[in-house]
Design a binder for this molecule. Structure first.
Ligand code: ATP
Ligand code: CU1
Length: 907
């Protein structure tokens, strides 16, 4: 097989013809063949949208209105032949662009790194064995298995399908579900959307199972052919960033007006128009928080990186912000709150006590302790009947490789296979002896799996699943002394007792089907046929809670976040786990899917009342998850919901934070989620919330610093103007001030580490904006303190007989100190600077020290000091300015003390 476009008409060929064409077999390719083909066909991937180069990011920096303003200033300086000023302005311009480049490049980098974490995978059959592989290694001829929730990794001609339906909207744009059938034969003219014996790369499997042979990979797939239109999609900006861009816009306009006013007044007082224009530009540059949107992007992407380290992959930047304001986590049980290592511990047959099963993990070593007066032979018969019924409708694979047991597939199914081994039933032998004719695969909304097998020349069905579903299928039950009429009460009580101990309980049933056996015809198995069966027994599996879950739940409580469990499992099992983990205790905190169903017909209010009191939602169908999320949202909650299956997608989409499981989750769940938890662990969600809150707090710190310092400069100038004094700073001095105090420090604040109290406060009200009362109070207070003190100092210096140049020199030093110290004030809204270790944010410390050194350096650099109008300063003057500057710290400290005492005196 050589040419890539051999197979454009794969849908017209028979399965055998296709397999021949791609030189493959139902057992799949051999590894060596596959590797050779990869050389011919290349990796199965679409070209990535290229990330912008450094050069293009650099060029982009010059496309901002602020830069135009600066350019204008440079040109004006040239026009009035102030060449050194002009040179300085151009240097500032370059440095500003450099800082912007650094910031944007960083944000871009972390976005890229996260993208590569999300590579697709596929189940491939090679040399008769199933492997879970990186989808990029697929080649034409590979046999690929798909199941509900999966994303199709390449174009496939189906060779086998069960109840298979897919969403092909990426390709066809139609959101209707397409039903697929391997047995169809189609004509060449069949349009893409109707090629129902094919699966196309990029489509999502809604229900069922399928198996197909790869006919095209990478750019040769139907998706590849339209790939250019799918690529190049721009990432959406976080709403917070958009709000801040708008905000910056508004400030720009206000500052612009102030500047115009300033120029107007000064000119009427006799200043020269050009020099005033220059100053207006400089003031605008300093006061406008132009770095804000980028600094915020950095803060959010730093949050994103930190979350990635804690196992939380953020798929949309908005989730960083959203995670921070979560008030409710609706979590899965299995694998999230529990370790997802299921082990069969107890089995129970009608009219018998519970029998223990020993052994741990996947190692099929262990025995069944039959506590009974039965003879060995009768006990063995019961056990092997149960083991067989658990083994046949089972999709997991348990195999021994190099002496190690390895499992693949659903963890419930795996535990059952391990149990079968312990019971002396080998799954492979069993399947050879009783070939499978049809199957109803397990889907969580069905709560059972069934298979139709040929046993001793007769067709027999085997069913395993929840007792609630199986009981109505059974008329009789298998006892040691034969088949009897079923006793549903006793069996239900048995299951209840097992569930109350936290076990996940599965029931088994089987029975002969009254159908003519025809080995050649294909048999169908439908749910309607599952009737008149014989109940076999119960299996109880333990799945211990994750050791860290209890701690994480306690953290949630301290953080004012409600935790609840949404599970398809038995209410007793769910409550037992919830008790162990510590978020529910009383039986009335459990609500079942049936109760919810009834409440729906009783009306929305009834439903909301039910949801409000519940901490455990049990026997819930996946579709009900959406109703639960919507009800919680109606009650004002900001909901994070977890999900793993295809049918969790609506709930994941509706919730403010959709959390998909990285290990257990299907592709569909991951694609619709906002964040993915790589280890499926509940405590990772809590860690994500902590980081989300921190990121949001850091965003506030950046905003606080930039706005309050900008406002301070405006106040200083306004006061000087009102007092009729000469302007307190030259244009170049303002630019210098902006350069040494803002560029790096705001970014440094984005890296601020945790204060340790993120999870010890209630969640931020979701509708509360950044500029709440605290923010406004602090900003006004700081800006007024800086502006008036700087003005007072200037005023006093002039009155004391200093020259204007000398006074400006000191005021500039004071402002540099103010703004540098203010960076430390910004580190926390509640904690005193004196209790915060400055080494915890080395970038901030370094940038502040660098700013001071730069300023001192500039004073003694010939040429530069002339341009900036700087003069040497003796140490007394220096110390005096520092003491004055410290007043700002005192004001901020006083505010923190006042606020903390106030919040503590509240109830
Ligand atoms: N592999 C399986 N085969 C047959 N029945 C199963 C299987 N797995 C689970 N069940 C039945 O379906 C019920 C629901 O299980 P499911 O795994 O869907 O719950 P879930 O909603 O995913 O819960 P959790 O939050 O615990 O993951 C179980 O209680 C069990 O009775
Ligand atoms: Cu068998």
């Amino acid at each position: 097989m050589k040419s890539a476009d051999l197979l454009t008409s794969a849908h017209t060929e028979s399965i055998q013809a296709i397999l021949d064409k791609v030189e493959s077999s139902p057992l799949g390719l051999d590894e060596s063949v596959a590797q050779a083909r990869q050389k011919t066909f290349g990796p199965n991937q679409l070209p990535e949208a290229v990330s912008p180069s450094i050069v293009s990011i650099f060029i982009r920096q010059f496309k901002s209105p602020l830069i135009y303003v600066l350019l204008l200033a440079g040109v004006i300086s040239l026009a009035i032949e102030a060449f050194s000023d002009a040179a300085f302005i151009f240097v500032v311009l370059l440095i500003n662009a450099g800082i912007g480049l650094f910031q944007e490049y960083r944000a871009e980098q972390s976005a890229q790194a996260l993208k590569s974490l999300a590579a697709g995978h596929a189940l491939v059959l090679r040399g008769g064995e199933v492997f879970d592989v990186d989808a990029r290694i697929l080649v034409p001829g590979d046999i690929v298995l798909v199941e509900s929730g999966a994303k199709v990794p390449a174009d496939l001609r189906l060779i086998d399908s069960h109840d298979l339906s897919v969403d092909e909207s990426v390709l066809t744009g139609e959101s209707a579900v397409a039903h697929k059938d391997a047995t169809l034969s189609l004509t060449a003219e069949t349009p893409l959307a109707d090629r129902d014996n094919m699966l196309f790369a990029g489509s999502l499997v809604n229900t069922g199972r399928g198996r197909g042979v790869v006919t095209a990979t990478g750019l040769n797939t139907e998706l590849g052919k339209i790939a250019t239109s799918v690529l190049g999609r721009v990432a959406t900006k976080a709403p917070l960033i958009v709000r801040m861009e708008k905000f910056t816009h508004r400030i720009t306009i206000v500052t612009g007006l102030v500047c115009v006013l300033l120029v107007g007044i000064s000119v009427t007082q006799g200043a020269s128009l050009t020099s005033m224009l220059l100053l207006a530009v400089a003031l605008a540059v300093s006061a406008i928080p132009e770095g804000l949107p980028v600094a915020l992007t950095v803060a959010l992407s730093v949050g994103m990186e930190r979350m990635a380290k804690r196992g939380v992959i953020v798929r949309r930047l908005v989730a960083v912000e959203a995670l921070g304001s979560c008030t409710y986590i609706a979590s899965d049980k299995t694998g999230t709150l529990t370790v997802n290592q299921l082990t069969v511990r107890q089995i129970q047959f009608p009219e018998q006590d519970q029998w223990g099963v020993s052994g741990e993990g996947l190692e099929p070593e262990g025995e069944i302790r039959a506590t009974t007066s039965l003879d060995q032979a009768s006990a063995d018969l019961l056990v092997s009947n149960l083991a067989q019924t658990m083994t046949l409708p089972n999709e997991a694979v348990l195999s021994q490789r190099d002496g190690q047991w390895e499992g693949h597939g659903d963890s419930v199914d795996l535990a059952l296979l391990v149990f079968a081994h312990k019971a002396g039933v080998s799954p492979t032998q069993c399947l050879n002896k009783c070939p499978e004719f049809a199957m109803i695969p397990y889907e969580s909304e069905r709560q059972f799996a069934a298979s139709l097998n040929l046993v001793d020349g007769q067709l027999k069905v085997f069913v395993k699943g929840s007792l609630e579903r199986l009981l109505p299928m059974c008329n009789t039950m298998r006892c040691a002394d034969g088949e009897k009429d079923i006793d549903p009460q006793t069996i239900t009580q048995q299951a209840f007792n097992l569930a109350a101990r936290g076990y996940r309980v599965l029931a088994a049933a089987n029975g002969l089907l009254d159908i003519e056996v025809n080995a050649n015809a294909s048999h169908e198995l439908t749910t309607e046929q599952l009737q008149g069966l014989c109940f076999v027994g119960l299996v109880a599996m333990s799945d211990p809670p994750r050791p860290e879950a209890a701690m994480a739940v306690a953290n949630c409580r301290a953080a004012g976040i409600t935790v609840a469990m949404v599970t398809g499992d038995h209410p007793q099992t769910a409550l037992a786990i919830a008790r162990e983990v510590g978020f529910a205790d009383k039986p009335n905190e459990v609500v079942t899917g049936t109760q919810l169903q009834e409440a729906v017909s009783a009306g929305q209010d009834q439903f909301d009342v039910l949801c409000r009191g519940a901490r455990v939602f049990a026997r819930v169908e996946p579709q009900q998850k959406l109703q639960i999320v919507e009800s919680l949202q109606r009650q004002g909650h900001f909901v994070a919901v977890t999900g793993d299956g295809a049918n969790d997608a609506p709930a994941l989409r509706a919730a403010q934070v959709g959390v998909a499981m990285g290990m257990r989750g299907t592709d569909v769940a991951k694609e619709t989620s906002d964040i993915v938890i790589t280890d499926d662990n509940f405590s990772s969600i809590v860690a994500g919330i902590e980081q989300g809150r921190l990121a949001y707090a850091n965003v506030r710190k950046v905003i606080f610093l930039l706005i309050s310092t900008g406002a301070a400069e405006v106040i200083l100038f306004a006061l000087a103007l009102m007092a009729g004094l000469p302007l307190p700073l030259l244009a170049v001095q303002l630019l210098w001030l902006n350069l040494v105090t803002n560029g790096i420090q705001d970014i440094a604040l984005a890296f601020e580490p945790t204060e340790g109290n993120e999870l010890r406060q209630p969640p931020r009200p979701p509708n509360q904006g950044v500029f709440d009362k605290v923010m406004l109070q602090r900003m006004l207070l700081s800006a007024i303190a800086m502006g008036t003190v700087a003005f007072g100092t200037y005023y006093w210096l002039l009155k004391a007989g200093w020259s204007v140049e000398g006074a400006r020199n000191l005021v500039l030093l004071l402002m540099v100190m103010f703004e540098n110290l203010h960076a430390f004030n910004s580190r926390s809204e509640t904690q005193s600077v004196f209790t915060m270790n400055p080494l915890k944010n080395k970038l901030l410390l370094f940038s502040v020290i660098a700013a001071q050194l730069l300023h001192v350096g500039a004073i003694y650099t010939p040429g530069l000091n002339e341009v900036l109008g700087l003069q040497a300063i003796n140490w007394q003057e220096w110390a005096a300015m520092l003491v004055i500057a410290l007043s700002l710290v005192l004001v901020n400290e006083a505010y923190k003390v006042w606020r903390v005492s106030r919040t503590q005196s509240l109830p």
